[in-house]
Design a protein around this ligand. Sequence first.
Ligand SMILES: *Cc1c(COP(=O)(O)O)cnc(C)c1O
Length: 480
Amino acid sequence: MRSHLLNDLTAEHYRRSVKEGVERVAARLAATDRPFTGITADALAPRIERIDLDRPLGDTTAALDELEEVYLRDAVYFHHPRYVAHLNCPVVIPAVLGEAVLSAVNSSLDTWDQSAGGTLIERRLIDWTAARAGLGPAADGVFTSGGTQSNLQALLLAREEAKTDDLARLRILTSEISHFSVRKSAKLLGLGPESVVPVPVDHDQRMRTVALARELERCRRDGLVPMAVVATAGTTDFGSIDPLPEIAELCARYGTWLHVDAAYGCGLLVSPTRRHLLAGIEHADSVTVDYHKSFFQPVSSSAVLVRDAATLRHATYHADYLNPRRAATERIPNQVDKSLQTTRRFDALKLWMTLRVMGADGIGRLFDEVCDLAAEGFRLLAADPRYDVVAEPALSTLVFRYVPAAVTDPAETDRANLHARKALFASGDAVVAGTTVAGRHYLKFTLLNPETKPDDLAAVLDLIAGHAEQYLGESLDRAS
Ligand SMILES: *Cc1c(COP(=O)(O)O)cnc(C)c1O
């Protein structure tokens, strides 16, 4: 069994195993003609349950054969041009290579003596990203597991910096369509549900600054402490970007921490043509970036950035066995003092390899392509009498709904859209997402695949309409 450990004696075994695995995945990627097979959980579960985990196969080839059956054949493939559902991206190859390297070497980024160069590489990438955001010379940050953790950490810092210890008086102001991790974070930070104050959005799904000003004033009048405003640069549903300069001005006036959740919109930091959409982000006290969304990185790859490195001390705890106080005076770099995690993956290596092979412009151009595609999709939808589209995209999502000409009952339209999405998923021909707008069911394209073309969108719209019409036809039959 020791031959399964990765070391110099097993280098040959490592080469063979990884090569075999890579061959399998490459063959599978080449063979996928649909993003999904449409398999149901009921059909798949018995195949997985049947496997006796106490009887190893003892052999890589056999285990890969089995993996084909239980996973690879029926996975949901984000690289397929007709996967247009959630904020998942096809991954760039330099990052996948980085992933293979970081797993094999298995550095842990908590302390220098577990990572060495890994710590410095992560720091360079944090500085690079913070400079792109314009956060100034005192900026810092740390890689995290995802936007959820980045938002939690940012709000932890904001809470600690707030001018009261009375948790009941703390408020977080954020748009009504901000990410749910804001509310989840509030709960984890010991704040009640009333602590998150939803600010309405305008027609373009951006936070109304007049309403924000009113809420800030209301807090002041009621003796409440607005500990943070969370602005979203790229809402999950609409890709809308809150008016950052105006929000920053209000935050400055009221002395409130500004957190910008750019989990989705961070790709604009490298866009050759759209960087201006993030204007105002440089005023943030903290920023969330998800490289695993708009930088085409494998999960996980994310960071939280702060304007003032000193605020990261709120995450610092010392352990004699790991990061004793004296290590700081010896100026040995360590990242655990800045992180909510302890043992932590060297995710930064994926971004490093990406920048060294493709460059920032290479990534930015990919993101630009999907934003252009969304603009094209908007034109398609707006010109199509079968569909109602909600907002012109700022980034790369489209929220729309099939509107049958002959149906006047909005609940029936809801059911037709819900059915179409389900039927499409079951067919595996395409995968789309769904959401609600003003209580009505809508469908959503999230476009993060530069291989998706306008023809793919047109074809998926025809498929959706086909499923919806079939449902309505059967519904008529049921009624008569
Ligand atoms: C996806 C997303 C998050 C959460 O990020 P994870 O990486 O999924 O944890 C937070 N905010 C926004 C706006 C997002 O789109």
